[in-house]
Design a protein around this ligand. Structure first.
Ligand SMILES: [Zn+2]
Ligand SMILES: [Zn+2]
Length: 356
């Protein structure tokens, strides 16, 4: 798997800056020759259906693409026409869709609606039917339904603070949480449930089983996944860090995208750019389609992560009423400092099987 594929295994929105064929290489992220990089990108997009924006200085071919998110041009010699039609065009369409995705997230409704019924039994049935997950991973005492009706009846607030020092998180309203077992020795020796913060990590259906099988560890490029697949790194393929202004700290920083990303906001963690819907048939009602989305509920070690601004181009659109856009992303290289204690699932009725 290429470095790019591994980076976007977490469904991160990346800007891939490919080297100029003719110019200085100071902006480049990848040391590859251009053709290899372009194949990596195309392959990665194809495999993961993820969202990437391309910045390809000096290339030619797409004249009207400047209004798309960070996309300038596609080099016709490097990417076959089929690749452009099948891969880049849908990708550009999705990049173009980002503003409306952001508007949906900000309005609190994404990809379909739900009714007043409690979806928790249905979620449990669907997870059991669609995924091969050993039952010993689950911890029913951590099960909790946060659907609209259950939330109303609970009388809970929407935002709580957890950990030492305390850190805010929003409870997953509209979602059903399936409790996951946390190793008792790890939990007790680190006082995880007393001291650690709470965050969310959005994922897609095809990542669920590998994450469970691998012991509920979130991987980043450079790690070796269970089964021996190296996540990403070959010599010369390590991306350099990106220089950016962190809008949370206000400081210039070298931002390394080779990290694990979480958020205190389930709205942000489940942004459709990161956590795409998994479309299934309703098990009891023929012809009815359901969209499932998945977000892991995490405990995260205070001090192990940094805080930064949203990276979906939302800018002035406030994505979550409980958080500033500039505090929505947590990022860390400390995999062991992220402990997954719940799988949150959202169900929506959807009208059609849209292809993404
Ligand atoms: Zn460009
Ligand atoms: Zn419920």
């Amino acid at each position: 798997m290429s470095i790019i594929a591994s980076l976007i295994r977490q469904n991160r929105l990346l800007t891939v800056i490919l080297p100029r064929a003719d110019g200085p290489l100071n902006e480049q992220l990848f040391m590859d020759e251009v053709p290899e990089a372009s194949l990596d990108v195309a392959h990665a997009i194809l495999v993961t259906h993820s969202l990437i924006s391309l910045h390809w200085p000096g290339a030619i071919g797409v004249e009207d693409a400047s209004h798309y998110n960070n996309f300038h041009a596609c080099h016709p010699k490097q990417l076959p026409q089929s690749g452009f039609d099948n891969i880049l065009k849908p990708l550009l369409a999705r990049n173009k869709a980002l503003p409306s995705m952001n508007a949906d997230v900000a309005a609190g409704h994404v990809d379909g609606k739900w009714d007043s019924s409690c979806p928790s039994d249905l979620v449990r049935d669907l997870v059991a039917a669609k995924f091969n997950i050993h039952r010993s991973f689950f911890n029913s005492s951590g099960d909790m339904c946060f659907c609209e009706s259950c939330h109303k009846m609970s009388g809970n607030k929407t935002v709580y603070s957890r950990g030492i020092p305390p850190s805010r998180y929003a409870i997953p309203i509209g979602w059903v949480r399936i409790g996951l077992k946390v190793h008792e020795g790890i939990a007790e020796s680190n006082e995880i449930f007393k001291k650690w913060h709470i965050s969310y990590h959005g994922t897609t259906a095809n990542n669920i089983e590998p994450i469970f099988r691998g012991g509920l560890h979130l991987l980043k490029p450079g790690d070796v996944a269970l089964g021996g697949a190296a996540i990403g790194v070959r010599p010369g393929h390590i991306p350099q860090v990106i220089s950016r202004t962190n809008r949370y700290t206000g400081m210039e920083e070298l931002f390394d995208i080779n990290q694990i990303f979480t958020s205190p906001s389930i709205r942000y963690a489940s942004h459709p750019a990161y956590a795409q819907q998994f479309i299934v048939d309703h098990p009891q009602r023929p012809g009815v389609l359901l969209g499932m989305r998945f977000v892991f509920h995490c405990r995260q070690r205070p001090g192990s992560y940094k805080i930064g601004h949203e990276t979906v181009g939302a800018r002035d659109i406030k994505l979550d009423p409980h958080f500033d856009n500039n505090e929505l992303e947590w990022y860390t290289k400390e995999s062991a400092g992220v402990v997954l204690f719940g799988l949150c699932v959202q169900l929506r009725y959807i009208s059609q099987r849209t292809t993404k």
